[in-house]
Design a protein around this ligand. Structure first.
Ligand code: HT7
Ligand code: ZN
Length: 870
């Protein structure tokens, strides 16, 4: 397979002004008629040539301005259809057949259960009909859907409904028109026998919008929360960005078979059912929060992605990074901003930093790709969001909002680049972001080294910062980045000291940000009356690694006193990482000073319980691995277990007391304060149950009495982690009996087992793959078992005989033919092989080589495996 390069971008020779599509759905096949009004692009030489993309299509006819062409009048191959000698304007009509019932890749038009649905991003539309399937070709779409009226009473597409007709042959026809021009990747169609939950939203200019969530009948009681989250998102986008919704109707449809979380098709979002359906009995608090964030994310795309879209797929982060930033701000406003920041930093440090350090490392604006589906990554999404967030830190809240307003107003209805976004930020603020733009082009995680020198006599603190960014595939000798470092200085009372910096231009007082722009810089802080404790990189103000020697006493001090919640948590994590490293070196002992600080945190009822939950949570094994030079997964697992055991033993009675204090008889609501209290209560239960028969008893009682999935699942997890295997099995069986008819709950049941250090041996996971609840065709189930095993049960995935790697590689080989996107995504854990100690790395590499030797590798899998083996 060949790579595609950003440097080769050219506009197309023709535009498509209007696209009229007719779908005739039947059991055997679907007939697609596409009528395209094409017009020559005056910016390009008059080639008269038009090449449309198409994949797995059965072409029936091609007509130009109403005249059917004979076979010799166009050229066709496996991936394209070409017409030559074209004039300024034409109407091109193409008829083709497709087979959605055989579509297991879940791209284009496919069947999920009894319904039809589409997934066109990134290049799925070409599996529907021949088209200029690229995001810079924006067209006004009219869609007609025809199907058996009894089996498919609900027929949906983008835009507003314009007509509905009963045809004489018993079929039904629904017509939709979307007045906003859009690229084909935002096209959607749904047909099914669905129920609907409905509401309205009045926009800031007073227009009434109908909101509808369509689900299969058994799920109608799981739609309230998403509908509420949608209304809150619509309001928030008006208040925070001045963005109003622009059609008469906004629809969401839940489908069970979906490769990702959801899709922002214009006016017709399609969601993985796991990211939209919830009721208290079946969804955990974490699921509710995920739903809130994803509903918001897809809705926000209506402006950041749909109204203003990407010129080409190298600009993917233009819409994804910005939209993640927008949904993160929304979640921060709806819940705790500090907790949200902690969660985001954890994700960056465990997953994105790992990607940056591996063979698939790429800049936020990549230079090339083989398969674009492989670039829906944490770098594009999360690092892209961090890069937007840094611009906000640099420009301030008001300057950033002015930049966003200019961007939307200037580019409404256009397909643009990442640099159009930064240009709007520059123009609205009169700043030069040339240096900053390196964040988009240079891959890798910058590392900052910090050294400080305090001079009591002069009351001066000198801070010397150096930055370097490691080489990544195809990139070396990186230039310094513009890194906004938010910081504070704490006095001996734990209070923030006033800050005056030299050079003054390096300090933005409003956001407390120091601007590091060179490879090495020394900053002088004046008027520092006593030796301060430095709180560095507050709020995780830049996606960088920090090397800064601070004593355990200083970390404990920050953990207790820092006014920046993020850095309180970070200090605790650094302390715990120190313990885990001590344990790996065989030198761990829990010191009483630290225990008493954690005890006090648990007892402090004035703190947000969600925050205490994070302060008391040990770093995960994946997080610890990212802070290790040569990763030894078994050593990490054992060291972490030892520390957890010691902490649990030292805090048992406080954990029991915290649990009792947070018991509540309020009826369940997915509401921030309640969620926060439940999080700490259930953390306490986990520690308590691991230490005492009383705690274990309490977990069993909670399991039986729970009226909500958060408490029931937490109790089940506490029982699993207690290591009492037969007791855990008993409750797992009870759980399955209770929930075997609910697909989403069964997936949680699969996942909690496959991701468990206590249960998930290779043989055990193989038995889950044979279970009646497992299905290779459903991505959620594949993720629940294989994804959880390779991503969470690290001590089993990294079994010393390599059988964990074999299991994953077998799954990839199996899925390569049926669902290449999912196959390639599963590969992630194996790609890290060079970072592990050789004993494991060698076995991982051997599995990658075995995959590489398979015949008929998809582009998706080929790209990841070949890059990993370089
Ligand atoms: N923009 C959407 C991306 C997406 C996708 C990409 C490739 C294959 C399947 C997919 N489903 C959805 C989701 C989003 O970021 O909002
Ligand atoms: Zn998105």
């Amino acid at each position: 397979p060949n790579a595609i390069y950003l440097k080769d971008y050219q506009q197309p020779d023709y535009w498509i002004e209007h696209t009229e599509l007719t779908f005739e759905l039947s059991d055997d096949h679907t007939l697609v008629t596409a009528r395209l009004d094409i017009v020559r692009n005056s910016q390009r030489p008059a080639s008269g040539c038009l090449t449309l993309q198409g994949q797995e299509l059965e072409l029936l006819s091609v007509a130009l301005d109403g005249n059917e062409l004979s076979v010799g009048e166009y050229q066709q191959d496996d991936e394209s259809l070409t017409l030559q000698g074209l004039a300024e304007r034409h109407q091109l009509t193409i008829r083709n057949r497709i087979y959605p019932q055989h579509n297991t890749a879940l791209e284009g038009l496919y069947q999920s259960g009894n319904m039809y649905c589409t997934q066109c991003e990134a290049e799925g539309f070409r599996r529907i009909t021949y088209y200029l399937d690229r995001p810079d070709v924006m067209s006004v779409f009219t869609t007609h859907v025809i199907a058996d009226g009894e089996r498919y009473p609900v027929l949906l597409s983008n835009g507003n409904p314009v007509a509905e007709q009963q045809l004489p042959d018993g079929r039904k026809k629904s017509s939709w028109h979307d007045p906003h021009k859009k690229p084909a990747y935002l096209f959607a169609l749904v047909a099914g026998d669905l129920q609907v939950k409905q509401d309205t939203f009045t926009t800031m200019s007073g227009r009434q919008v109908t909101l509808k969530i369509f689900v299969e009948p058994q799920n109608i009681d799981k739609t309230d929360y998403a509908l509420d989250a949608l209304k809150r998102s619509m309001k928030w986008d008006e208040q925070s960005y001045g963005r109003e919704y622009d059609l008469d109707i906004f629809m969401i449809v839940a489908v069970d078979d979906f490769n990702m979380g959801a899709m922002e098709n214009k006016g017709l979002n399609i969601f993985n059912s796991s990211c939209v359906l919830a009721n208290p009995a079946t969804a955990t608090d974490a699921a509710y929060q995920r739903i809130e964030a994803i509903v918001a994310h897809e809705y926000f795309h209506n402006w950041s992605g749909n109204r203003v879209t990407c010129r080409d797929w190298f600009q993917l982060s233009l819409k994804e990074g910005f939209t993640v930033f927008r949904d993160a701000s929304f979640s921060a406003d709806m819940n705790s901003a500090t907790v949200k920041r902690i969660e985001d930093a954890r994700l960056m440090r465990t997953v994105q930093f790992a990607e940056d350090a591996g063979p698939m490392a790429h800049p936020v604006q990549p230079d090339s790709f083989i398969e674009i589906s492989n670039f829906y990554t944490v770098t594009i999404y999360e690092k892209g969001s961090e890069v937007v967030g840094m611009q906000r830190k640099i420009l301030g809240a008001e300057g950033f909002r002015n930049g966003a307003d200019l961007y939307f107003d200037r580019h409404d209805g256009q397909a643009v680049t990442i640099y159009d976004f930064t240009k709007a930020m520059e123009d609205a603020n009169g700043v030069d972001l040339t240096l900053f733009k390196r964040w988009y082009k240079q891959a890798g995680t910058p590392q900052i080294q910090v050294s400080s020198d305090y001079d009591q006599a002069r009351q001066q603190l000198q801070l010397t910062l150096t930055q370097r960014c490691p080489d990544t595939p195809g990139q070396s000798d990186k230039l310094p980045m513009w890194i906004p470092v938010q910081l504070g200085l704490l006095d001996s009372q734990g209070q923030d000291m006033a800050i005056q910096v030299e050079p003054a231009s390096a300090w933005t007082a409003a956001s407390q940000v120091l601007h590091l722009t060179e490879a090495e810089q020394t900053f002088v802080f004046h008027g520092v009356t006593e030796r301060p404790v430095i709180s560095f990189l507050r709020d995780f103000s830049a996606p960088v690694k920090v090397e800064f020697e601070q004593s355990r006493d200083e970390l404990l001090f920050l953990l207790q006193h820092d006014s920046d919640g993020f850095n309180r948590w970070d200090a605790g994590q650094r302390l715990m990482l120190g313990w885990i490293n001590d344990a790996m070196a065989g030198q761990f002992a829990l010191d009483e000073a630290a225990v008493s600080v954690f005890r006090a945190l648990l007892r402090d009822a004035s703190l947000d319980p969600a925050m205490v939950t994070y302060l008391l949570s040990l770093p995960s094994e994946a997080y610890i691995a990212e802070f290790s030079a040569d990763i030894d997964p078994q050593a990490i697992h054992q060291a972490r277990q030892q520390v957890r055991e010691a902490l649990a033993a030292a805090l048992t009675s406080e954990m029991a007391a915290t649990y009792q204090r947070l018991q509540s008889d309020q009826p369940y609501a997915p509401q921030p304060q309640q969620m926060s209290a439940r999080a700490l209560k259930n953390l306490a239960l986990g520690y308590w149950a691991s230490q005492s028969a009383e705690g274990l008893q309490q977990a069993q009682q909670q399991f039986a009495a729970a009226d909500n999935m958060t408490d029931q699942m937490a109790a089940l997890q506490a029982l699993i982690h207690s290591g009492e295997r037969s007791l855990a099995q008993h409750y797992l069986d009870r759980f399955y009996q209770q929930w075997h008819n609910d697909v989403l709950v069964v997936n949680q049941w699969l996942s909690v087992q496959a991701g468990s250090a206590e249960l998930a041996s290779v043989e055990f996971v193989e038995s889950l793959l044979q279970h009646e609840a497992f299905d290779w065709r459903n991505p959620n189930k594949v993720r629940a078992v294989i994804g959880a095993f390779a991503g969470q049960a690290l001590c089993h995935f990294h079994a010393t005989d390599g059988q964990g790697y074999r299991l994953l590689a077998d799954a990839v080989i199996r899925l390569n033919g049926s669902n290449p996107q999912i196959a390639a995504r599963l590969l992630g854990p194996l790609t890290k092989w060079k970072r592990l100690v050789p004993q494991y790395g060698g076995l991982m590499k051997a599995e990658l080589q075995r995959i590489m030797a398979q015949p008929d590798l998809s582009k998706d899998v080929y790209e990841v495996v070949s890059k990993s083996l370089v």
